[in-house]
Write a protein that binds this ligand. Sequence first.
Ligand code: HEM
Length: 779
Amino acid sequence: MAETSTEARTWLLRPPTATELLLVALCWLGCYWLLRRRPRPLSGLPPGPAPWPLVGNFAFALLPPPLLRRWAVDVKGDRLSPAFSPHVFLTGLTKMYGSIFRLFVGNRPFIILNTFGAVREALVQKAEVFSDRPSVPIVLMITHHKGVIFAPYGPVWKQQRKFSLSTLRHFGVGRHSLEPKIIEELNFVKEEMLKHGKNSFNPFPIIRNAVSNIICSMAFGKRFNYEDEEFKTMLKNMARALELSVNSYMILVNICPWLYYLPFGPFRELRQTELDITAFLKRIIAQHRDTLDAANPRDFIDMYFIHAEEEKNNKESSFNDDYLFFIIGDLFIAGTDTTSNTLLWCLLYMSLYPEVQEKVHAEIEAVLGRDKVPSLAHKAQMPFTEATIMEVQRMTAVVPLSIPRMASETAVLQGYTIPKGSVIVPNLWSVHRDPNIWEKPDEFQPSRFLDENGQLIKKESFIPFGMGKRVCMGEQLAKMELFLIFSSLMQSFTFMYPENAAKPSMEGRVAAASGHTVVLVDQSDEILKKSTKGIEDSLKRVIKKKFADNPEAGAEFIKKTLKNVTTSTDAASVVHSTDLVIEAIVENLEVKNKLFKTLDKFAPEHTIFASNTSSLQITKMANATTRQDRFGGLHFFNPVPMMKLVEVIKTPMTSQKTFESLVDFSKAVGKSPVSCKDTPGFIVNRLLVPYMMEAVRLFERGDASKEDIDVAMKLGAGYPMGPFELLDYVGLDTSKYIIDGWHSLEPNNPLFAPSPLLNKLVEEKKLGKKTGEGFYKYK
Ligand code: HEM
């Protein structure tokens, strides 16, 4: 040890050797190079986070996998979220940087467009500048910029797209002639589904096989059996290739292209998958060339050969075997996952929203009955079915960040200067969830696409297929498939969630009325019976006002709401399948903490806890659990079904994600949320209780009678109740409890000083309306 430190000291003291000098110079040069490569802030660019040298804003991609997974989860503020969704993350960044912002990948700006206005300006109004695809290394390595999807914007892309579109049309896209092919495939789908009888099954492989077979029929002239090993492997490879090419490590290939050739990890796997897909497609293309009969083209490949032959003397022609291979690849990659995922979402939404499924069934029953085969000709008569598909597409946006574009020139967009070569990312997901465009954007409401006569309305900001010159080439085909497959499946089946699978569930009567599943938990069956009766009575009061002229609809509303409510005396056993727990027990911190501690042990990690306290500190309850970041306040006002307000309370530890979930939940149950920090009384009580106490003091001092004070506040300030009437309504014990609690927290605050008169009335058990006497007497 001693020797080493002496050596170290002498190393510092002696003059450097030539090798050391060289190393230092290299290090210095390296640093200089890194700093020079640091993306310098370009004036006029949209705002965005500060980039790191070399890696830009994607430093996280350098993290080893376990840390990366952790980061991906933490960045959402939700440690349990299984996957990191870039579109949701990017939408979240708009809160910090506005609706258009930039990130850097290495030196290259990525411009994220999050509003319809910005997307339209770029993709439609400035189409000449923003119709190119990025020439980033990963794209070049995989696609060689051939095919349609990633072809540079120019004459070659135009030729290939025009030919592909007209050939797809030739094979029936957008016309009735393709219908029999789709229906034939659907018979296989139904057969496969029926094999499961009443058992639950995963529809994913069946739907994906079917959608892929529709493309196979057009491209190769044949469909594959669902058990065909080669077919299964090809589908698996395609999905894997897609997954790998958006893997975060692949982003690094854009910074250091040689990484792509590393002989390990996702790089090697992607190269191998690419080779397998290439071998499969090339073999099919070769078989077609060998068996081509130009007079009888069987499919897309044959048509391509014929066209290439016709164009062979045209110097400008881009039609050759090499290009054909990439076009076929595009049709598969772009056409399989997108359409099958949309269909799977449709089935999931139908299971989650049986009332929508019922309406779709009813429409199908009316138009098609049991036996008519669905056809595009029926579309106009089935607006609700179509609106349902559109709403699923709006909610899910299966290509949420579209396919990136590139600025081919420096241009102005939304007032910012976008340098040539910038990658443009239209965030379709954020456009579809924009509350300025869509009312209650997070709610699934197919009726938003219908007018008052039940007819379909087109909405310009509904853009699941992108827009502009490079709008999805398969839009027509996809729409056809979605309509025919969805309506045919709905005609034959009812889709339900497996009984034993955990369903999302919420707590509280307001939640039940808005369609959430609610489990009401209390100490005994007797109390629960009373509570359920209480809910029923309160709902009856609600319908008297809400459904005054339609009592039948009111009765239906009560029936539906109560159907969503189940009861239990065992909180621990219920909580394991809840997303949100709303506690509304007695206003006693110790009792509440005890309950939360127990629930904390049994609830899944993602479950959010909220207290409906009006006077206690949320932070103190959160501290009794291990989920302080998933803990907040939801303060409802009585009578809950009538009062619109909910105070959403954010403690210093409540994560932004939790807070937003609580706000979203409040909106989903039809309330108007306001937010407040964890301060005594939040907003309403903080202002109301001192006001009522000041009224009591005014009366105590003999300055005015309680009747006059009440009249004064009603007539002079426009309040619906005077302060004494309100005290009696709230309960004098409750008011005393609140003011005593605050007084103990802040004994010197005169606003929180206790009142002898109030204390006396409470002692005498004159608690207000509930005991028949408070400040006033009640019959
Ligand atoms: C529900 C199903 C589908 C959705 C949501 C979807 C969505 C999209 C989106 C958002 C784009 C990017 C458009 C842009 O840059 O503005 C796109 C491009 C494309 N899609 Fe689709 N797509 C679907 C089905 C299909 C199908 C079935 C095919 C196959 C025929 C297909 C072929 C393509 C191609 C070739 C492009 C590139 C167009 C170009 O660059 O000129 N898509 N799609």
